[in-house]
Design a protein around this ligand. Structure first.
Ligand SMILES: [Zn+2]
Length: 213
């Protein structure tokens, strides 16, 4: 079996205390939930519809505004073109970006499945709480990075693991059954090297700004 990010042979498999199996890549440190435990597309879509990610949720809006303040405003000019990859059913994040004056396109495999954007270029692509759901990160990064020119940004929010199985095996972030791919700082470094990106900042071990070089 090959790593779905770096294509190395996967030799390390571990189980947590509930017997959930994970493949661990010793090369790029991607950890993936065993495919036998992934939800079906229908089950996955139903889970996303349960998320409380609407504009009525004040805590969620505050959280998104923080991301704009920390990871968008310092790097992007007003009117910049942004693709929100994995926009979800409510498009709350895309709406907030539009309110701030960005020109926003959206894509979601379940809720906004069109591919016009793949021929386009963007000043930034955001993937907020998306990468942990991605089955083949390598394919997604190929597509996303083809839509960025040098000096453009890829802004990802996903929680990074600390490379220690003991901590990972007790980590709450794994409990969501739609979370199947987990990255460490070393994984981000690998992504930068392979896709010609430069790490600009990581905030609170989860908010990652990368710049195409
Ligand atoms: Zn790997």
């Amino acid at each position: 079996m090959k790593c779905r990010l770096c294509n190395s042979e996967l030799r390390d498999q571990k189980s947590d205390s509930q017997g959930r199996k994970y493949q661990i890549c010793s090369s790029c440190e991607l950890i993936q939930l065993d495919k036998s435990l992934w939800l079906s597309d229908e089950e996955e879509k139903d889970r996303y519809l349960l998320h409380e990610n609407s504009t009525d949720n004040k805590g969620y809006i505050r959280y998104l505004n923080n991301i704009i303040q920390n990871s968008f405003s310092p790097y992007l000019k007003p009117r910049s073109r942004v693709l929100d990859f994995g926009c979800g059913p409510e498009k709350t994040w895309a709406g907030l970006l539009e309110d701030k004056g960005y020109q926003v396109s959206t894509y979601d495999p379940y809720f906004d499945d069109q591919s016009d954007w793949m021929e386009d270029k963007f000043d930034a692509i955001s993937a907020i709480e998306v990468f942990e759901h991605i089955a083949s990160p390598s394919e997604s990064l190929n597509t996303l990075c083809s839509c960025l020119n040098p000096e453009n940004f890829l802004i990802i929010r996903t929680m990074l693991h600390d490379s220690k199985w003991n901590n990972f095996s007790k980590w709450w972030y794994r409990e969501d059954p739609t979370h199947i791919s987990f990255y460490s700082k070393a994984t981000i470094d690998f992504i930068c090297l392979k896709w010609n990106l430069k790490l600009i900042q990581i905030i609170e071990n989860c908010e990652i700004v990368l710049k195409k070089i």
